[in-house]
Design a protein around this ligand. Structure first.
Ligand SMILES: Cc1cc2nc3c(=O)[nH]c(=O)nc-3n(C[C@H](O)[C@H](O)[C@H](O)COP(=O)(O)OP(=O)(O)OC[C@H]3O[C@@H](n4cnc5c(N)ncnc54)[C@H](O)[C@@H]3O)c2cc1C
Length: 303
């Protein structure tokens, strides 16, 4: 990447660029080595400039939300991490029930804004610690609801730097998946359609779900939530438990004793500990049940 930084200065303000930023600061697992460059574009112009430069120079780049579904290797990422932090607007139209928010807005904040406007339908997302962009990409969901049910449209930047509005039904939203990554789109903004509701019921539902999370999930440890996707017809956590892996550890990583579907950073785990533990869990679950677990968590960089 020799000379790349100088060129990057032509695409983004110096204050929006960090060199060698430790990714552990940006992942909910609290692991991950340095990103060669870490850019927080202020707007669409900087974003498209940085992406165009990366393409021209054949430097890989990665779009970061809140890093809550991400495992970055200990050796870091030899490319550009692009944080969507500045795209964090959130506007609520109480009359139409439409919430328009930037990709970097947190789900928690959007849920709070919806609640303040007595709009219902987003309570399920209040406890998911990601951004709106990450939630669209993953079709995030919880407690029987998912983004697909509330998403109206998204504004994306294509690989060629063109900005397009796409209705939700063009995003191939499925269980923890969408076409955003395969099509190399960057989510800039999304519109969510909610319904008129009752403030007290909305608050009660959010409190109830938060209580269920606290009770069932190891929120006291760094993790990326459910590590594996739910295999059709099974529950990953149950399969892991049946394979005798509750509390199973490798280095500082552990299958949570509280919830077997969560791999946690129990005690100064490295990214390699977490990755190796996940591989071992997959092997043993397959041996025990014949079911192949698939990672829900995305990985990035060298381990
Ligand atoms: C304690 C805990 C509980 C959780 N509970 C749930 C849950 O109940 N349900 C659930 O579905 N998930 C859950 N998760 C996982 C995670 O919060 C979700 O997957 C969330 O949607 C990820 O959002 P993020 O902004 O952190 O994305 P990141 O982890 O930053 O990124 C995830 C992927 O999306 C891509 N991406 C992010 N933003 C954009 C963008 N603007 N444009 C294009 N690509 C983008 C990234 O490149 C990456 O591939 C939980 C995680 C934790 C730690």
């Amino acid at each position: 990447m020799t000379g790349f930084y100088e060129k990057l200065l032509g695409a983004a303000d110096k204050d929006h660029i960090k060199i060698g930023e430790e990714m552990r600061k940006h992942t909910s697992f609290r692991v991950g080595g340095p990103a060669a460059c870490f850019v927080i574009p202020a707007d669409e112009t900087e974003l498209s400039g940085v992406m165009a430069l990366c393409r021209e120079e054949e430097v890989p780049f990665f779009i970061l939300g809140n890093g809550s579904n991400l495992l970055v290797g200990d050796e870091g990422f030899d490319g550009v991490v692009i944080s969507m932090d500045s795209f964090c607007s959130c506007q609520v139209n109480k009359e139409t029930g439409i919430v328009t928010a930037g990709a970097g807005a947190s789900l928690k904040r959007i849920a709070q804004e919806a609640y303040k406007a007595s709009l219902t339908g987003f309570e399920f997302a209040a406890g998911i610690p990601g951004t709106l962009g990450g939630a669209v990409v993953m079709n995030a969901g919880a407690y029987g609801s998912e983004m697909k049910e509330v998403l109206k449209s998204v504004r994306v930047m294509t690989a060629g730097g063109e900005v397009r509005d796409l209705p939700a039904d063009q995003l191939s939203l499925g269980y923890r998946t969408s076409c955003i990554i395969p099509k190399q789109y960057v989510v800039l903004e999304a519109r969510i359609r909610l319904r008129d509701g009752d403030e007290v019921s909305i608050k009660n539902r959010m409190d109830e779900l938060a209580g269920r999370r606290r009770e069932k999930q190891p929120l006291e440890y760094p993790s990326a939530g459910s590590t594996f996707k739910r295999p059709e017809g099974y529950f990953a956590g149950k399969l892991i438990e049946e394979a005798g892996l509750r509390g199973f550890s490798l280095g500082g990583a552990q299958v949570s004793e509280k919830h077997c579907g969560f791999v946690i950073n129990k005690d100064h785990a490295t990214a390699a500990d977490i990755r190796d533990l996940c591989e071992e869990v997959k092997k043993r679950v397959f041996k025990n049940s014949g079911v192949a677990l698939e990672m829900e968590v995305k990985t990035l960089g060298k381990f």
